[in-house]
Every structure is written in structure tokens, then in C-alpha cells.
Design a binder for this molecule. Structure first.
Ligand code: ARG
Length: 458
């Protein structure tokens, strides 16, 4: 059997080598639900516009649902001869109901059909990504109260910088994933225009109603230019970008917690259910889930690159190159959804190594900047305070003690303005408690951010 897309103009059969080269059924088969949904909406519109009778519509609809059930059950026969999911469904319809089935493709092309199908698929998948992002935000939020009394070093340049409450870290990731969610919503909004009825490239001379199909498929409106629509894959580029940013956030977090779970940091213990062992070293408990999260992010970013390159030189409008859009698009969604699904239980099930964190918290002079700001509050110009505290830290380093262990005499030998009350801001606990600015790492600010997120995410 040759493909129904080969009209009477052909006098030769398709070469088998081309068939294998050109098929997309091996990967676009997963669009079958969207394809059938689109076909039913199209047939309904053709009926309303007098191009199908009520009985014909009923027969088409029932048969499409039968085909869908077989695809669900994986009993539906797949063959490279029929190229893609669109031809498979249409040919099965024709095989079962003859000429009535031959009417379905009226005023439609696979060009508007594939674009409609993928938009429907991406729309649903974006919703799934959003739900997974929300789960992960909730996982971070669920740690905030239990870890409220833990102080962690914040790093810049991966050097100890200033003390922060542990939930300040968790809130940082909640913020990142919230921005991702707004990008997902934005992407969904822009893709939600219906290509159906654009047909191949110029529209149709038949009296279709594009408002109707757009509405019944849940789109905001039909697309306005058939040439543009036939070629447009912006929504795929945007999704692949949004997914790349999510993958980048996940990868950075994974990297951080891989470091934190080393003997060298010893900040966190991950749930063993998400760790793996070594086939030779019996002591190993490896953070492979996070390493794979970091590694798979590379694939997601590569997929964005593939899609960008795919479209960059295409003249208007549809070109068959575009068939290559689906594998990278699907892979990005699959990879990010899987990574998010594993991240949430790891975040929820990990334990901070409180004793280990505390035992080294006074290393690294996390309170030095707080001391400088204390001197500024006493009226000292910032540059002088910065210089003096540097000298005091140098003195403490020489003695290998934290700042709070220096006597008042020693401190006053550097700056006569220093008095007894300085000890109220020294030490990481005191230093973190002194933060007051909006969005800072201190208890009042962190508490109010936790409360704000609890209201937003519940
Ligand atoms: N399988 C094709 C794709 O994914 C469907 C559209 C084919 N259109 C065509 N004119 N050959 O792009």
C-alpha cells in the first residue's frame, strides 16, 4: 500500500529507503490523542458548514474513537509506509468507512494539522511542567520551618561570605522556580492560537469556520496569517528555552547539593533511596540522581540549539525539515519532567548535618561584614571601616581564632571607637540576626518571606 499523500501524479512507488528515511511515526505516534481530537473538531466544523452530513460526522467520530482506543491499547498496526501519525489515523478511517473517511481531509493539510497537534501537546505538557514546579517549590517550602534555626554560610566565588538562615537558601530556589512558572505561563499564552484551517499555506476556498475549531479546541483565537502559521515553530523554541532555564536551575542546585554531600562540606545527607553504590568500593553512597540531573541539563540545552538551527534558514512556509522538530522537543519535556519528579522527594527527604555545619560555622569570618556595618552605624566612613575590619580579621587569622575571641583591648588597638557592645554582632548567629533589609537573610525577613510563600503556594 502506498501513502494516501501520493496523488495520481505519481507513477512510481516510494523507494523503501526513502520510506525509512522520511518516517516520523516512530516518534510522532505520541501525538495520536491530539491528532484525533483535532480531527473531531475539524469534522464537527465541516458538518456545521454543510460539508459533511450529520450521519457522516457521527460515523467519523465513532470510528476515530475506535481508532483511539486501539492506539491506547497498543493494538493499532504501525507501518513506515504511512509515514506519520496523521496518515495512520486517516488511512485507518478510510479503510473502515470508505468514502465518508475520504472527506475528513477537506480544507485541511498535514501542515496545519501537525502544528495544531503539537500545540495541543505542548499546552498539556507545559501544564504538567507547571504542576511539577509547584511540587518542587512546596518541597523546598516544607523544609523552611524545620530548618529555621540552622545557619549556613552563603558563598560568593565559592568562598565563605556571610551567614544566612538555611530557609533563605530554600526560598532562593522557590523564587527561581516561580520565575520559571511565569515563563511557562507566558509561553502557553503565546502558543494558544489555532492553526487549523490554514491548510497547506494559503488557506482554503471552502467555506470553513476557523473561529469554531479554535474555540472547540480551547484556543484563544485562530492564527491570522496562513503563511506565517504554516512555518511557525516559535512556540517550540520558547518552550525549549523555558525548559533549558529550568534545567539550568536544577543543574545548579544539583551541583550545590553534590558539593554539600561531600566529606569536605558535610552539610547534607540525601535519602538513600535516591543514591547509588559502587561495584567495587563498599563505602560509597553516590549522589547519582543529582549528577544525572546536571548531566541531562546538557541534553536539554542541546535540544534548544538543535531547534534554533533547524529553523534558522527556512524560507516561508512549511518545509519538511520541520519534522525534525519533534524528537528534541519531546526529549526536553521528558527530561525536565523526570528531573523535576526526582528533585522534589530528594529536597523533602534530605537532612541537614547540623552538628557538622555548626562545628565549622565560625571558620571563614562570616561576621566580618556585619562588624564593618556596626562601625558604620557608629559613624565611621565605610572605606575606613572596611580597611580596619580587614586588619582586625588579619589579626584574628594570625591567632587562628574567630573575631568574637579577640579581646576588647586588641580590637581597640585597631579602632579606639569599638566598645563592649560589639560582641552583640560577632559570631555567625549574632551576625545573621542583625540583617534587617528587605529580602535579606535575617530571621524577620526570612519569616515574612516564608509566610508569604505559604499563602501563595497552599
Ligand atoms: N510528519 C510531518 C511533520 O511532522 C507532517 C507534515 C507533513 N507535511 C508535508 N507537506 N509533507 O512535519
Amino acid at each position: 500500500m502506498d501513502s494516501p499523500s501520493r496523488s495520481g501524479v505519481f507513477q512510481a512507488q516510494t523507494d523503501k529507503r526513502l520510506e525509512a528515511f522520511a518516517e516520523s511515526i516512530s516518534f510522532d505516534r505520541r501525538l495520536y490523542r491530539q491528532d484525533i481530537r483535532g480531527s473531531i473538531a475539524h469534522a464537527e466544523m465541516l458538518t456545521a458548514r454543510g460539508m459533511l452530513s450529520g450521519e457522516e460526522f457521527a460515523l467519523i467520530e465513532a470510528t476515530l474513537k475506535e481508532i483511539e482506543a486501539e492506539l491506547d491499547a497498543e493494538t493499532f498496526p504501525i507501518s513506515f509506509e504511512l509515514e506519520d501519525i496523521h496518515m495512520h489515523v486517516e488511512q485507518a478511517l478510510i479503510d473502515r468507512i470508505g468514502d465518508t473517511g475520504r472527506k475528513l481531509h477537506t480544507a485541511r493539510s498535514r501542515n496545519d494539522q501537525v502544528s495544531t497537534d503539537v500545540r495541543l501537546w505542548v499546552r498539556e505538557s507545559l501544564e504538567e511542567v507547571d504542576a511539577k514546579l509547584l511540587d518542587l517549590q512546596r518541597a523546598f517550602l516544607s523544609r523552611c520551618d524545620q530548618d529555621f534555626d540552622v545557619v549556613l554560610p552563603a558563598y560568593t566565588h565559592l568562598q565563605r561570605a556571610q551567614p544566612v538562615l538555611a530557609p533563605h537558601y530554600w526560598l532562593a530556589y522557590i523564587e527561581k522556580f516561580q520565575r520559571d512558572r511565569t515563563r511557562v505561563a507566558d509561553c502557553r499564552k503565546r502558543l494558544n492560537e489555532c492553526p487549523l484551517g490554514v491548510a497547506a499555506v494559503a488557506g482554503t476556498t471552502l467555506p470553513i469556520d476557523r473561529q469554531q475549531t479554535s474555540q472547540s479546541l480551547g484556543f484563544d483565537r485562530p492564527t491570522a496569517n496562513s503563511l506565517d502559521t504554516s512555518s511557525d515553530r516559535d512556540f517550540m523554541l520558547e518552550s525549549a528555552f523555558v525548559l533549558s532555564v529550568i534545567a539550568s536551575h536544577l543543574s545548579g542546585w544539583a551541583e550545590e547539593w553534590i558539593l554539600w554531600s561531600t566529606v569536605e562540606f558535610d552539610f547534607i545527607k540525601m535519602p538513600q533511596a535516591f543514591c547509588t553504590g559502587s561495584s567495587i568500593m563498599p563505602q560509597k553512597v553516590n549522589p547519582d540522581t543529582l549528577e544525572l540531573t546536571r548531566g541531562k541539563a546538557a541534553r536539554v540545552m542541546g535540544n534548544l540549539q538543535t531547534l534554533m538551527l533547524l529553523v534558522k534558514n527556512l524560507p516561508l512556509a512549511y518545509n519538511r525539515d520541520l519534522q525534525e522538530d519533534k524528537p528534541p522537543l519531546f526529549d526536553s519535556f521528558d527530561t525536565v519532567i523526570a528531573s523535576l519528579s526526582l528533585a522534589a522527594p530528594i529536597v523533602e527527604g534530605s537532612m541537614l548535618r547540623r552538628e557538622s555545619i555548626e562545628s565549622r560555622l565560625e571558620k571563614g569570618y562570616l561576621d566580618a561584614t556585619t562588624l564593618m556595618e556596626w562601625m558604620i552605624r557608629k559613624g565611621m566612613p565605610q572605606r575606613r571601616a572596611h580597611h580596619l575590619v580587614g586588619a582586625i580579621v588579619g589579626e584574628a587569622m594570625g591567632r587562628d581564632v574567630p573575631l568574637s575571641d579577640l579581646t576588647l583591648d586588641v580590637m581597640q588597638s585597631h579602632a579606639a571607637e569599638i566598645d563592649e557592645s560589639v560582641y552583640k554582632v560577632l559570631g555567625s548567629q549574632n551576625a545573621v540576626a542583625a540583617f534587617v533589609s528587605y529580602g535579606s537573610a535575617g530571621p524577620d525577613q526570612v519569616r515574612s518571606q516564608i509566610d508569604r510563600w505559604k499563602k501563595r503556594l497552599q
